[in-house]
Write a protein of this length. Structure first.
Lengths: 374, 472
């Protein structure tokens, strides 16, 4: 039995209670036991510049881990969910990339959930040494109508000059629960790009916190689809700790049916982050009047010499575009799909795997056009 | 804005606020004990000779007050000890309809603040509240002949009992939050305005609230009803001298804008920096009606002020223009709330904030679009200017959209004064100090131009006052 009695994705600065955005309350018992996950979930890599292995064999990177732990960064959808992932995991990898190495081939992690393996609790740690470069792709999906449970924690540590791209794709079925906590520490001059694709599950609660040191760059590219009665709670936090750090949040979504979404995006300029820059943009296309879309774009600032900006917009699919496409013989749904895809494309194109991009485009079609497997 | 770096700055710790800080000797004819009990609430009601339903309303509110908790968000208000606040202070005078009859010291205070002068020049009517009671009220004859009512709340409760009974605290119910409940229990003073159908009040009405008593609270209630097709511009000004004890202002403003009517509500608030300004303002706008808020927050120690517009009728519109200037020791948590509850409604929120010298300026907003409110349009724009890195500026907006046929845009920006701009102005022979003041004035200009002229001048003076000495 997994018991969740928790306030998740709490806003860093609370606001009016009647809007119900300060946190997501979940009081639920999930009738699952944590048991071993018996599938292979990552590929060994034939490259001397990288050591990658199952998190259960972790020895080599403990020292780096301590560094993260010592600095006491708060992160995650909630303390309890992070504790669950860090202490009771049944999957997850560690990856250590050597100094100066440029790992061209993406590291692929895959959680395929089925009846036997319906619980994945993964704990992953990525350490990129000075001036190294790597891409990690995590794909999480279900293969049958199992009601799966996924709770994930990932720590990304980018040493100075390193460049790490993490892509997390979630396309679980509509019975499943998905919790995802991520943190990155972006050292001097390092860069971390975090791409999140949230297309599935009944309930998706995700969180990403990025801590930026001097000259660090951090980006979030997020695309999501809410259909049926999906509940999405997305929280992003850019923590500018030092000078000249740069952050960018870009989120694009499409909502239909009775979907509910809360988007929380925070740019926090801490004292000492002079000359930092942060941008945030959220746009959502709304298909039905039965959806509920909330957005809370926070801008917190205790440093004067910074540039911060956020913009949010939401609205219906552009009628003119729709009309044009329909006049060319597309059905309304197909036309809408095309418009959503066009809006998502700049983010999808950042994924360096062709098969993954195809899967994502098919999933958009499946979610937005008809309920048939393509 | 282009943002660059300047590191040379000096600060002036406390600014002489001139006329606002002149205190009068504390004289009163009656005041209640400190704190809040049923006995005190009954006593206030009795002194005011109120009808029974009002006494009961007060007691019910007190009950709600005791049940509600403090907000879990926003500034820390632990220092505010309601047990130490005197909720009702009656000044040593009755209400006067002629300026000549107002006692000398009170008259002098308002004269210094420019109230009677303004009345002569450009106002249709004036009300002046001193501590808990309105001491002066006047309306130009030609307006009262048209059926315009402008009076203090106490008189209204007696003379227009039906209207008040039907509307009092219906827009802001006491159950809204703890301080609304407190207001319901101990309210005193304020204005009642009624504009009959089709009447266009061509020049503004003004109420000025002055809190002179130390350690007291001011809980004035303003109720304005603008009937079909009518128009009114109402101006509210507030100030208080500084005492070492904390004062509390928990006023309540209820505005009812009927079909096709337009109400412009301007406030310049310059409370002293020991004031907790926990004010509630709300407008209910019917079909094709318009509410326009203009709000300047300069004073007080802590402010929590978020005028709310409920667009209830089709085609209703709300505009909010606000400026907040937070200096040393101030935590000004301000913003605007809009609920689009009908189709084809429009809202436009435009705010600017400046924080300096350790001040905290927060924009806190809410935009709600309900299920049936299709074809709504809303734009929100917030800009914050930080004058140094000891200050703080946060933007906390929430958008809650439950409809597909909407067009919503929100943007916010934060930054500092560009050195390039200062350098350019200096190269044209303008001193650095003046250049900086010019840029700040330019920043607030879109807001200043919405204010009545005297207030725009006052705001420019305040900005000048606040900026003096910030340049090394």
């Amino acid at each position: 039995m997994i018991e969740i009695r928790d306030e998740l994705n709490s806003l860093p600065v609370k606001t009016y209670r009647w809007l119900n955005v300060n946190h997501l309350n979940i009081y639920e018992n999930i009738d699952k036991d944590i048991k071993p996950y018996n599938k292979r979930f990552f590929e060994e890599m034939d490259d001397e510049n990288i050591s990658i292995g199952s998190i259960s064999n972790i020895i080599t990177i403990n020292q780096h881990l301590n560094r993260i732990n010592n600095e006491k960064y708060e992160y995650g959808v909630s303390r309890k969910m992070v504790d669950l992932a860090e202490n009771s995991y049944n999957a997850g990898v560690y990856a250590y990339i050597k100094r100066g190495a440029n790992i061209k081939k993406p590291i692929r992690i895959e959680y395929e959930m089925d009846r036997e393996n319906d619980v994945v609790i993964d704990n992953s740690i990525i350490v990129a040494s000075e001036n190294s470069k790597a891409t990690i792709v995590v794909d999480c999906y279900t293969v049958d109508d199992v009601d799966a449970f996924h709770n994930s924690a990932m720590k990304i540590y980018a040493n100075s000059g390193a460049c790490v791209t993490v892509i997390k794709i979630q396309r679980m079925n509509d019975n499943s629960n998905h919790f995802d906590s991520n943190i990155s520490v972006v050292e001097n001059g390092a860069e971390v790009n975090f791409i999140q694709v949230e297309f599935g599950s009944k309930r998706a609660v995700t969180s990403y916190t990025s801590n930026l040191k001097e000259g660090g760059k951090s980006s979030i590219y997020s695309i999501y689809i809410g259909d049926k009665d999906r509940e999405l709670d997305l929280s992003y936090y850019m923590n500018h700790l030092e000078r000249k750090s740069i952050s960018n949040i870009e989120a694009k979504g499409a909502l239909k049916d009775k979907a509910k979404k809360v988007f929380k995006g925070t740019i926090d300029f801490k004292l000492g982050s002079s000359k930092a820059e942060g941008r945030e943009e959220e746009s959502v296309i709304i298909f039905d009047k039965t959806v509920k879309s909330k957005a809370v774009p926070l801008l917190l600032c205790t440093e004067d010499d910074v540039k911060g900006e956020h913009a949010a917009s939401s609205g219906k699919v552009d009628e003119d575009k729709l009309f044009y496409l329909m006049s060319r013989g597309f059905t309304k749904e197909e036309a809408m799909k095309l418009i959503v895809e066009a809006s998502f494309n700049p983010i999808i194109d950042r994924i360096p795997l062709e098969d993954m991009r195809d899967i994502i485009r098919k999933e958009i079609a499946r979610r937005l056009v008809v309920e048939e497997r393509i | 804005m282009v943002f660059m770096d300047t590191n040379r700055k000096t600060y002036v710790e406390d600014i002489e606020r001139g006329i606002y800080d002149i205190k009068n000797e504390f004289r009163y004819s009656y005041k209640v004990k400190k704190g809040l009990t049923e006995e005190i609430v009954r006593e206030i009601s009795e002194k005011k000779n109120e009808p029974k339903w009002m006494t009961e309303f007060r007691l019910k509110s007190l009950d709600i007050y005791n049940k509600l908790g403090l907000p879990v968000w926003g500034p820390n208000i632990d220092d505010l000890d309601i047990e130490n606040i005197v909720t009702y202070v009656k000044p040593n005078t009755d209400m006067k309809y002629s300026w000549e009859d107002v006692p000398e010291d009170i008259k002098e205070t308002f004269t210094r603040l420019g109230i009677p002068e303004a009345e002569h020049k450009s106002l249709a009517g004036v009300g002046a509240q001193y501590d808990s009671e309105v001491v002066y009220h006047n309306l130009k004859d030609y307006l009262s002949m048209k059926g315009v009512i402008y009076t203090d709340m106490e008189t209204a409760v007696r003379e227009y009992e039906d209207i008040i009974k039907n509307h009092f605290m219906t827009v802001v119910p006491p159950s809204d939050h703890k301080f609304a409940a407190l207001h319901g229990a101990v309210w005193s003073g304020g204005s009642f305005v009624y504009i009959p159908e089709g009447i266009q009040v061509d020049i503004p009405l003004q109420s000025y609230f002055r809190l002179n008593a130390p350690g007291a609270g001011q809980f004035e209630h303003t109720l304005i009803i603008v009937e079909k097709g009518a128009f009114l511009h109402f101006i509210e000004g507030c100030s208080a001298p500084k005492y070492s004890v904390n004062n509390l202002h928990a006023g309540c403003v209820e505005l009812i804008v009927k079909e096709g009517a337009r109400l412009r509500y301007s406030t310049i608030e310059n409370w002293s920096k020991n004031m907790y300004n926990l004010n509630t303002k709300r407008a209910l706008v019917e079909k094709d009606g318009t509410i326009e808020w203009v709000s300047g927050s300069f004073g007080s120690k802590v402010s929590m002020l978020y005028p709310m517009s409920i667009l209830k009728g089709e085609g209703a519109r709300a505009e909010f223009t606000g400026i907040t200037f937070a200096g040393n020791g101030q935590y000004l948590d301000t913003g605007a709330k809009v609920v689009h509850a009908a189709p084809y409604t429009t809202s436009n929120i435009n705010t600017k904030s400046i924080s300096k010298d350790g001040g905290v300026a927060v924009y806190r907003g809410a935009l709600v679009i309900t299920e049936n409110a299709h074809h709504c349009k809303s734009t929100v724009s917030c800009e914050s200017l930080m004058l140094d890195n000891r200050s703080r500026s946060d933007t906390v907006p929430v958008m809650d959209i439950r409809n597909d046929e909407v067009d919503i845009g929100h943007e916010a920006k934060i930054g500092r004064i560009s050195d390039e701009a200062i350098f350019y102005l200096m190269s044209r022979g303008i001193s650095e100090e003046e250049a900086r003041a010019m840029i700040v004035r330019g920043f607030v200009e879109p807001i200043a131009k919405e204010l009545p002229l005297e207030y725009a001048v006052e705001m420019n003076n305040l900005i000048k006052l606040e900026l003096e000495g910030t340049i090394g």
